[in-house]
Design a protein. Sequence first.
Length: 141
Amino acid sequence: MVVKITRREFLLVSLSTGLVVLIPVSLHRGFTPDQQRTLLAVARTMFPHDHESDLIYMSAIGRVDSRCWSNAKLSSLISAGLLALERTCPETFTKANQSARVAALKAHEGSQFFQALYSELLEAIYGPPEMWSLFFRPAAA
């Protein structure tokens, strides 16, 4: 898989997360590759930025993964929730179209899983000040 990013995006993500984000997704220590793919699809569905690369979302997933690594309760909650989310879709969540993904997430909206994952992803994507310039670019004059 080739991820196309601009030089500016690369430098900003590198500064905020180090070169760890360049390690293949399968080398993360907590989530399985299937869970990582599902988390990527969930993050892109919850926080859509169509013009941003997967690298930003993968960086956020790495942050969530690190938090889960140190919090067994959070890890269990997210792992079980991802499994339940997969069962909500007629096919896998990653292969489902946007409207099916949104419907699946809405079905879990009141759950502890949804609330925990939403807040973890929100903090991981928008929390680090280094990421702000990626999402909040000044308007062209």
